[in-house]
Design a protein around this ligand. Structure first.
Ligand SMILES: [Zn+2]
Length: 452
C-alpha cells in the first residue's frame, strides 16, 4: 500500500511538500516556503532573524506537524529536494531538525544552494547532506526494505533539476515538480526522455505521478529558454552603440541560464558587467562550488552595501561604461532596484537610461502593486523600461499531455497551486481516460491519499 500526504502546495503556489509512505517508511519530497507572507514581513520590519516559530506564525512554512498527528514523523527515512527554488528548499533550514539524522538528498547544485542559504542565515543542520548527480540513483534504507530512487535530469529555470522517482513493488512513484520540456536549453542537456520511457515500461510501470499543474490551464507548449535568449539579445540592441545611457537588467537570481545569456549579450554591448545583490551572490557562488560556473569571462560580483554604493557612484558619473545586473525584478523591498528607485543610492536615473526586466511579474497582489509603482516611477523619469523579457520555466497544457504519454501513470495528483490551477490538469486527465476520484485526484494541504 502506498499513502501520500500532500503536506503543502496543494492549495497555494508555494510551500511545496509531499510525504510518501511505503510500508513503514516515509520519504519526504521538498520543503519550501510560501513567499508572500515573507515579503510582507520584510516590508514591516527590517531586522531580526527569521525563526521557525515566526515563520510558522506567518504561515510561511508547510504545516508538517500533520506528520506528527498521523504518526508518520518517526518513520521519515529520507528528505529529497527536487531543485533549488525557495518554494521547494526554503523550509529545510527551519524544519529538518524535526527529522534527526534523516539524510537530505539533492543534486550538487541544489545542496550547494542549501549550504549557501545556511551560511547566509548563520544556521546549521545536523542532517547529513547527500549530493546525488542527475541521471544517477541511490538507495534509501528503511524498515520495509531498501527503496531505490532515480534522479532523472529534466529542464526548468535553474540548474540540476530532477524528477525523483521512487521504485516500489507496486510500481514507480514519479514526482514532476517543477519542470518544462526544453529541447534547446542554453546550459546543459535536454530532458532525459530515454530514462523516462524506460521507467514507464519497466515492471509494473508508473503507479502514481504528482504533476506540476501550475500552467495546466494554458493550452500551448512552454517555449524554450532559447527564446528568452533571443528576446534578451533584442532588448540589449538598444544600448549597443549607446555610450551615454545607463543599462540595468534584473532577473531571477536562481536562473543561472538567464544570467549567462545576460552576460554573453552584455559583453557584446562593450560594457563592463557588474552583478550586484545578496541573492545573486548566493546562487552564482552555489554554481561555482558545484563546478557549474556559468561565466567563462570575468564579471564583477558585489555583495555588500558599501561596495555596491561605491560602484553605483562610478556608474552615475560614467553611465555608458557599465551594464548592471541586479536584484529587484519584483520590486522587492531592500533589493538593489528598489533602493535605487527610492533614491537610497548614489545613482540617479535620467532620461534615456534603460532598465530591462528579464522576468514576469509574479501574480501576487504585492508584486503586481510594487512593480506597477516601480515601472511608473521609472517611466516618469524618462527611463526606457522593457518588461517581460522572459519565458516561463513551467510546463503548459501541451507539455503535460506529453508527460502523460511518456509515463502513462495509473494515478495522477495535480500539484503546485490552488484548485483553479489544478483543475485544468484533471480535464487533461479526462482526455486520457482518467476518472476523477478514481484515477485522478484533487488533494488539499494536510490530506492523505491511499493507493492499494
Ligand atoms: Zn521551481
Amino acid at each position: 500500500m502506498i499513502e501520500v500526504c500532500t503536506v503543502g502546495g496543494y492549495e497555494e503556489v508555494g510551500k511545496n511538500m509531499t510525504a510518501i509512505k511505503i510500508g513503514e517508511d516515509v520519504i519526504i519530497i521538498d520543503a519550501g516556503v510560501f513567499l508572500p507572507p515573507l515579503m510582507d514581513l520584510q516590508e514591516s520590519e527590517n531586522q531580526g532573524r527569521n525563526t521557525e516559530k515566526k515563520m510558522r506564525k506567518i504561515k510561511a512554512l508547510p504545516d508538517d506537524k500533520v506528520l506528527d498527528e498521523i504518526g508518520w514523523r518517526d518513520k521519515v527515512r529520507a528528505i529529497i529536494i527536487s531543485h533549488a527554488h525557495l518554494d521547494h528548499i526554503g523550509a529545510i533550514p527551519y524544519i529538518a531538525h524535526r527529522y534527526p539524522n534523516t539524510p537530505i538528498y539533492g543534486t550538487p547544485f541544489t545542496l550547494s544552494v542549501l549550504e549557501r542559504i545556511l551560511e547566509d542565515e548563520k544556521m546549521t543542520l545536523k542532517n547529513p547532506l547527500k549530493k546525488i548527480k542527475p541521471d544517477t540513483s541511490f538507495t534509501v534504507k528503511g524498515k520495509s526494505g531498501n527503496h531505490k530512487v532515480d534522479f532523472i535530469h529534466v529542464t526548468h529555470s535553474t540548474l540540476q533539476v530532477v524528477f525523483p522517482v521512487i521504485h516500489t513493488k507496486d510500481g514507480a512513484i514519479v514526482y514532476t515538480l517543477d519542470f518544462k520540456f526544453d529541447n534547446f536549453p542554453t546550459m546543459g542537456k535536454a530532458p532525459n526522455y530515454k530514462k523516462m520511457k524506460q521507467i514507464a515500461k519497466k515492471g509494473k510501470g508508473v503507479k502514481l505521478m504528482i504533476v506540476d499543474s501550475l500552467y495546466s490551464g494554458e493550452d500551448k507548449k512552454t517555449p524554450s529558454e532559447r527564446i528568452a535568449r533571443n528576446l534578451l539579445e533584442d532588448a540589449f540592441s538598444v544600448a549597443k552603440h549607446d555610450r551615454k545611457s545607463a543599462l540595468f537588467v534584473t532577473t531571477f537570481s536562481s536562473h543561472i541560464e538567464r544570467l549567462k545569456s545576460v552576460v554573453e549579450f552584455g559583453k557584446k554591448t562593450g560594457r563592463q558587467i557588474i552583478i550586484m545583490g545578496r541573492s545573486m551572490n548566493k546562487y552564482i557562488n552555489a554554481a561555482r562550488k558545484a563546478n557549474l560556473d556559468p561565466f567563462r569571462s570575468k564579471i564583477k560580483l558585489l555583495k555588500y552595501r558599501r561596495q555596491i554604493n561605491a560602484m553605483l557612484k562610478k556608474v552615475n558619473k560614467n553611465r555608458g561604461k557599465y551594464l548592471i545586473l541586479c536584484t529587484g525584478h519584483q520590486a522587492e523591498k531592500g533589493s538593489i532596484m528598489d533602493r535605487i528607485v527610492g533614491g537610497e543610492t548614489p545613482f540617479k536615473f535620467k532620461k534615456g537610461d534603460n532598465v530591462v526586466f528579464a522576468s514576469s511579474v509574479i501574480p501576487t497582489p504585492a508584486s503586481i502593486l510594487n512593480r506597477d509603482k516601480m515601472d511608473k516611477r521609472l517611466r516618469n523619469k524618462g527611463v526606457r523600461v522593457q518588461t517581460d523579457i522572459h519565458v516561463s520555466g513551467h510546463a503548459s497544457g501541451d507539455d503535460l499531455r506529453e508527460l502523460l504519454k511518456i509515463f502513462n501513470p495509473e494515478h495522477i495528483i495535480p500539484a503546485h497551486g490552488s484548485l483553479q490551477q489544478e483543475t485544468p490538469m484533471i480535464e487533461i486527465g479526462n482526455e486520457f481516460g482518467y476518472n476523477f476520484g478514481e484515477t485522478s485526484h484533487l488533494s488539499s494541504d494536510g490530506k492523505v491519499l491511499t493507493f492499494k
